[in-house]
Design a protein around this ligand. Structure first.
Ligand code: FES
Length: 94
């Protein structure tokens, strides 16, 4: 197995090879890659792939990871049920 065959975003099934190809085309931050590949838009909202992607951007650009824009993180940070938003508590769906 080649290292490019690694799945980086499991939610959106994005492989490292795709990410590297778009970085080579000039995409240089998380939000740009998110728009083109949907990385970070799955059910985990990037918790599974954001750090890996930022490390790859750091490696490719030579910038320290702290200088790479981590992208926009919108609430809720974690998926929640609508009932929690509406009533402020878990609602039994029965
Ligand atoms: S692993 Fe990328 S959005 Fe979940």
């Amino acid at each position: 197995m080649h290292e490019n065959d690694v799945m980086i975003c499991r939610c959106e099934e994005v492989m490292l090879e795709e990410i590297r190809a778009w970085i080579e085309k000039g995409y240089s931050n998380f939000d740009e890659l998110k728009r083109i590949l949907r990385v970070g838009m799955g059910p985990c909202q990037g918790r599974g792939c954001r750090d890996i992607l930022l490390r790859e951007l750091s490696r490719a650009t030579g910038k320290p990871i702290g200088e790479i824009n981590p992208g926009t993180i919108r609430p809720p940070v974690k998926p929640i049920k609508l009932g929690l938003c509406a009533y402020g508590r878990e609602v039994d769906a029965k």
